[in-house]
Ligand binder design. Structure first.
Ligand code: SF4
Length: 335
């Protein structure tokens, strides 16, 4: 029995659990080993996930499970993504899809975002959560490495209406040595596919001396898909097997990004305190349309929203947006 959720297409016969250790074969079908089990749930500002062009100001319920289909040497969530999922099950929560969505309502959340590990690890459970969330009128989004199959990509496009896709590297050597996959082709294919039907933002973690020389190529690829896709360049502070690596130079990345402002409409550079690159400027006239603060380490926050109808107040340019400005406190009455 072959699992077709991601491009590993593992053979699950003879009680094997595949590369991610999250699926098994049962009665001729691929089943999750740990359905409806969640390693975390909480609330977050959507800007800190990061989504900069999705319901700005909104309150997200964040969820995650365990396991991953990549083996990134610098993973910052290795304690859930790379640990044997069977070993940590007793430390995590069990909620039905209905309970999870009800929790989001109680917590005054406007949307639900899967953001800890890779959503492909728990697609059947997430499809059920998606149906419940749809009934409750709560949109869902996710962070993904996009290494899934075309069939799984289509399913994800039904579950989630907004994506932040991690585009980590472009060359085959980097994929093999730093991500543990044979190549980036499926990720590029899935970015193009999802950008056709869903809201897509892209994040690239930059590692000093490893993928920082590819900044122009990343920008060129994204522009070829759609120059309006927001691109988050993330100053990666490597963990896991790369704890000893030097932190990336803010100045060097600043210089490399500056010229790409002509290539892409929205470039952001964050994960360090006081970044000047977290505001949204109108691509046509340069006016400040959304102001943010960066507190580093996923602590981004909106300061001001100056395009209430998603149009630049100065020149009328339509700012790319999924949904509109959302008052953080708007759903507190539902608690
Ligand atoms: S989701 Fe897991 S079991 Fe399925 S193909 Fe991918 S790595 Fe293998």
């Amino acid at each position: 029995m072959q699992c077709n959720f991601c491009e590993w297409r593992c053979n699950l016969a003879d009680k094997k659990h595949g590369v991610c250790r999250m699926y098994r074969e049962e009665a001729g079908a691929v089943k999750e080993r740990f359905p409806h089990k969640w390693c975390t749930y909480g609330t977050s500002r959507i800007e800190s996930l990061p989504f900069y062009h999705v319901y700005p100001g909104s309150r997200s319920m964040t969820i995650g499970t365990t396991g991953c289909n990549m083996d990134c040497r610098y993973c910052s969530n290795a304690y859930v993504a790379k640990e044997d999922p069977g070993k940590i099950q007793e430390t995590i929560y069990e909620f039905t899809p209905r309970e999870l969505v009800r929790m989001a309502e109680k917590l005054g959340c406007h949307n639900i975002v899967f953001n800890v590990n890779e959503p492909t690890m728990s697609l059947p459970s997430l499809a059920e959560v998606g149906r419940e969330a749809q009934k409750a009128g709560i949109p869902m989004g996710c962070l993904t490495n996009a290494y899934m199959t075309e069939e799984a990509t289509a399913l994800m496009a039904e579950i989630f209406s907004f994506f932040n896709i991690s585009l980590k590297g472009l060359n085959t050597g980097f994929c093999r040595d730093y991500l543990g996959i044979p190549g980036i082709g499926p990720v590029l294919r899935n970015i193009r596919r999802l950008a056709e039907t869903s809201h897509v933002e892209i994040t690239t973690p930059v590692i000093q001396g490893v993928n920082d020389h590819e900044i122009d190529e990343f920008a060129a690829f994204i522009a070829d898909v759609d120059r309006e896709i927001p691109w988050h360049v993330f100053r990666l502070l490597p963990e896991y097997k790369m704890k000893e690596n030097a932190y990336p130079s803010v100045e060097a990345i600043n210089r490399a990004l500056e010229k790409n402002r002509r290539v892409l409409s929205y470039i952001y550079f964050h994960n360090f305190i006081g970044s000047d690159w977290v505001n949204t400027l109108c691509p046509q006239c340069g006016a400040l349309v959304i102001e943010r603060f960066s507190l580093g380490c996923g602590g981004d926050k909106m300061g001001g929203f100056y395009c209430r109808d998603n149009k630049c107040p100065q020149c009328g340019y339509a700012i790319k947006m999924c949904g509109g400005w959302t008052d953080w406190h708007a759903k507190e009455g539902a608690r």
